[in-house]
Design a protein around this ligand. Structure first.
Ligand SMILES: Cc1ncc(COP(=O)(O)O)c(C=O)c1O
Length: 373
């Protein structure tokens, strides 16, 4: 099997991640923060180590690292916890449904208004697009760092600076960049990311980093193991946003995943770009294959294509039968397909353990399918 669906979730994971996930289940680890006995304290130390590691990686402080179920959960926490009735929100054409659905639902209920930032034909958004779209009611700018369809990476730092000039905070969806790009430099106020993609942790993990000036209403309230004498949600972070038992095996694995990528972040990015560039130039030489996304735009380890005569789902299915795991369809980003003028694409997404040989084998298989069309 050749796995090229790392944009959905990364595989394989480093050995250290697998060992850590097993480790906290083989030994007596209690519920973190829910007892003074040694088993609970051991678990609490694992959770704190993960929080510290994430904070170091994100250039922040541990208590503002909020553990979530995935990136969708982090984005919902940020959007629903921050916005108020009457707010205007800036969004991007390449937003995933994890951003679109909560916001479009709020818009439909008459709670907020939305504007999509203007993008060039290359899919890139210039900071001036913010000048054009911002209004006195703009409360938040939600940026997608990299498209999960084409891999195109936006100038998140430039866009964040432009938004800040109007006093508008930025929520960055870093689902496709966390683990390969330094997020600390961008200056976003809220950072949402999955733990199970580029950070190489297990599924069921994610992070919302809540910047210093940001105050969110908690979506979930309940037991935190702290201030138990009060029937009201504690104000202290991270407890304010982390009610209920945390995913200890997931966080033990995520700690090791972040440790792995923190040491190799820039190398991983360069390696993934190299593999995608090889794939892109190979696909372009196959008659009947169309590759999406601008060649010159900065990009990560994601690429979309179609083979003439086949629907994307059919191509993905044929590839699956030949042993390749790639995704076909809309990739939960309908607005991006509207922008590209497609009804679906086949997506290849690489990870740090993908190889040039896998890319060569994929190219050979695509060529075979294209010839049969
Ligand atoms: C850009 C983007 N945002 C959000 C998400 C949602 O991530 P998760 O599956 O962790 O909820 C994805 C998932 O692919 C994505 O690509």
């Amino acid at each position: 099997m050749i796995y090229l669906d790392n944009a959905a979730t990364s595989w394989p994971k480093p050995e250290s991640v697998l060992r850590a996930v097993m480790g906290v289940q083989q030994k007596p680890f209690g519920n973190p923060g829910r007892g003074g006995h040694r088993a609970s304290l051991c678990a609490g130390r694992v959770v704190y180590a993960c929080r510290e590691e994430a904070a170091r990686f994100l250039g922040g402080v541990p208590e503002r690292v909020i553990f979530t179920l995935n990136c969708t959960d982090a984005l919902n926490m940020a959007l629903r916890g921050f916005l108020h009735k009457g707010d205007h929100v800036l969004i991007t054409h390449d937003a995933h449904n994890a951003v679109m659905r909560p916001l479009c639902g709020m818009e439909k209920r008459g709670e907020i208004t939305l504007s999509v930032l203007r993008a060039g034909a290359d899919g890139l958004i210039a900071p001036e697009a913010i000048d054009e779209a911002v209004t006195p009611a703009t409360a938040l700018c939600v940026l997608t760092h990299a498209s999960n369809v084409t891999g195109t990476i936006q100038d998140a730092k430039g866009l964040t600076e432009a938004s800040h000039r109007y006093g508008v905070p930025v929520l960055l969806d870093a689902a496709q960049t966390a683990g390969t790009i330094n997020l600390a430099d961008i200056g976003a106020d809220l950072l949402a990311m999955p733990g199970h993609k580029g950070l190489l942790g297990p599924m069921g993990t994610g992070i919302l980093y809540v910047g210093e000036q940001m105050d969110l209403r908690p979506l979930r309230e309940g037991g935190t193991g702290s201030s138990s004498e009060s029937v009201y949600q504690p104000q202290l972070l991270p407890d304010r946003y982390e009610s209920g038992t945390l995913a200890l095996p997931g966080l033990a694995g995520l700690l090791q995943g972040i440790r792995f990528v923190r040491q190799h972040c820039a190398e991983i990015h360069a390696y993934e770009v190299q593999l995608i560039d090889e794939l892109r130039s190979g696909l372009k030489n196959i008659p009947g294959v169309k590759v999406y996304g601008d060649d010159a735009a900065p990009h990560g380890g994601v690429l979309s294509f179609n083979i003439a005569g086949y629907d994307s789902a059919e191509t993905a299915d044929r590839l699956d039968r030949a042993g390749f795991c790639l995704r076909g369809g809309l990739h939960c980003a309908p607005s991006m397909h509207h922008f590209l003028g497609t009804e679906g694409t086949v997506r290849a997404s690489v990870g740090p353990f993908s190889t040039g040989r896998e890319i060569d084998l994929l190219l050979a298989e695509v060529e075979k399918i294209a010839k049969r069309a």
